[in-house]
Design a protein around this ligand. Structure first.
Ligand code: UD1
Ligand code: CA
Length: 481
């Protein structure tokens, strides 16, 4: 959506033609994110909002949802953990405002006011409600142009939440906190999610009138709903797609629960896009996983950063794959670890392979068990099938790297390059002491320690000649006196 505009719903103009909100600039939405609560139940030195869900902090998820509205300003109210929260977002354009002591949600929003403009709409979010969807926030803000809008949800068990109180006509008249509620109010199942939006000027006026004469001695943000009703302002409510969107994290148990909900939603989207998952309950995506149709992913895989997988590729069980591109038809077998790598079409990797940053493998390359590759290119059809370290190397096409081969790329201070040209055969247990070059079509005998370039087309070998000492006897134990 263009900055500062909404595009999701249609409004009917008086002259009968239908205009979408897309056609007119929407009132700017600024965002206050409340994140000063202590998070006692996490039992953690880390502020609650910095705990991670799908590899990203809870607050990071909320900020990303807010950013979808292109708000001119975002203010984060923080309290615990020193400067850990602002430091985690160093370089961002957001304002960080400390709330000390924490005297309630209304008090928290008051602290944010100096960082926010006096006009437009203000949207209040919680830093510990990570799964809130951007389009839900768009709906809330669109309903708050000329009204106070509360995101509410009906819960089977509303215990603990603020209840939405309505009059006989169904208009919202107040939000009453659990601790201040009478028995009749406690039976109300529609609750305040905490997410509200309203014209900024109304907010400023009402916050100034908040009092803390309630059961908890706090300045409740929710008291502004009663004030709005008393002034005859319109109060609207909007609902999220699912309950999970508005669930807060108060304990590690709830964090783990939301993690699974979020992962299941990702798994469902992958399956919808044509990906086969051996078990949608056993995949973890901590970033972006972009799959062509007919990709197959076995159980227990973790994807981090940006991972792209081409059609027909297969990922075996228990692979960890980060910031990697895997081309069509490639197969990554069980227990492989790939980071910052490129895997060519129809390549076969693993089981137990390790591709490190800069591993760039062409089509039909084979990398087998206990092979580590770093900052190295392997040309089409080349193979390193067992127990090898290939670092800082350029390997041509159809090269066979024998078991136990090591590029000695590091002298303890500097790194050097190994170049292996096309059609080379490297015998087992070879050390290539870089910088060194193996010419096209050369063969290195098993056990060679190559310290000088090997000429093309020849056999180069560095091991000592085999020798048999006839009549040699093994030592025997000397008897003690
Ligand atoms: C609040 C709402 C309640 C709603 C519930 C939804 C009020 C008075 N009550 O309850 O109606 O059903 O959320 O979860 O608003 N925070 C601060 N500073 C403070 C207090 C809270 O930043 O001084 C932050 C917390 O970090 C948290 C959010 O505000 O992100 C909500 O605080 P919490 O104590 O969980 O909510 P309740 O007051 O229980
Ligand atoms: Ca809460």
């Amino acid at each position: 959506a263009p900055a500062g505009r909404l595009h999701w719903h249609a409004t009917c103009c008086p002259d009968g033609h239908v205009a979408t909100l897309h056609d007119r600039p929407m009132t700017a939405v600024q965002v206050a994110i409340l994140a000063a609560g202590k998070g006692t139940r996490m039992k953690s030195a880390l502020p609650k909002v910095l705990h991670r869900l799908a590899g990203k902090s809870l607050l990071g998820h909320v900020v990303d949802a807010a950013e979808a509205l292109a708000p001119p300003r975002i203010a984060v109210v923080y309290g615990h953990g020193g400067e850990a929260v602002p430091n985690a977002f160093a370089g961002s354009r957001m304002s960080f405002v400390i709330q000390e002591p924490q005297l309630g949600t209304g008090h928290a929003v008051q602290q944010a006011l100096p960082a926010l403009a006096e006009d437009g709409i203000t949207l209040v979010l919680y830093g510990d409600v990570p799964l809130i969807a951007a389009d839900t926030l768009e709906k809330v803000c669109a309903a708050a142009e000329d009204a106070l809008c509360v995101l509410t949800v009906d819960l089977a068990d509303p215990t603990g939440y603020g209840r939405i109180v309505r009059d006989a006509k169904g208009n919202v008249t107040a939000i009453v906190e659990q601790k201040d509620a009478d028995e009749a109010t406690k039976t109300i199942r529609e609750i305040n999610t905490g997410i509200i939006a309203l014209p900024s000027q109304w907010l400023r006026g009402w916050l100034a009138q908040l009092r803390n004469d309630n059961a908890q001695g706090e300045y409740y943000l929710t008291d502004i709903i009663g004030m709005a009703a008393a002034e005859g302002k319109t109060i609207r409510t909007v609902q999220p797609h699912t309950e999970w969107e508005v669930m807060g994290v108060n304990s590690r148990d709830q964090l783990a629960q939301l993690e699974r909900v979020h992962q299941r939603a990702i798994a469902d989207a992958l399956m919808k896009a044509g990906v086969t998952l051996a078990d949608p309950a056993r995949i973890d995506v901590r970033g972006t996983l972009d799959c062509a149709p007919d990709v197959t992913i076995d159980v227990g895989c973790v994807f981090e950063g940006l991972v792209r997988i081409g059609s027909g590729a297969e990922i075996g069980p228990y692979c960890v794959i980060k910031d990697t591109e895997i081309a069509a038809g490639a197969r990554i077998a069980a227990y492989s670890h790939c980071e910052g790598a490129k895997v060519g079409a129809s390549a076969k990797i693993g089981p137990f392979a390790r591709l490190r940053p800069g591993a760039d493998l062409a089509e039909d390359v084979h990398v087998g068990n206990f092979v580590e590759i770093k900052a190295a290119t392997l040309g089409t059809g080349s193979k390193a099938n067992h127990l090898a370290y290939i670092g800082d190397a350029e390997i041509g096409r159809n090269v066979n790297v024998g078991a136990g081969t090591i590029t000695c790329n590091y002298d303890g201070a500097n790194k050097f390059k190994t170049i292996i040209e096309d059609d080379v055969f490297i015998g087992s247990d070879t050390q290539l002491v870089a910088p060194v070059r193996v010419g096209r079509g050369a063969t290195l005998g098993a056990g060679t320690t190559l310290t000088k370039d090997a000429p093309p087309g020849e056999l180069t070998i560095s091991r000592a000649k085999q020798l048999t000492i006839s009549g040699w006897k093994r030592p025997v134990k000397v008897a003690k006196k």
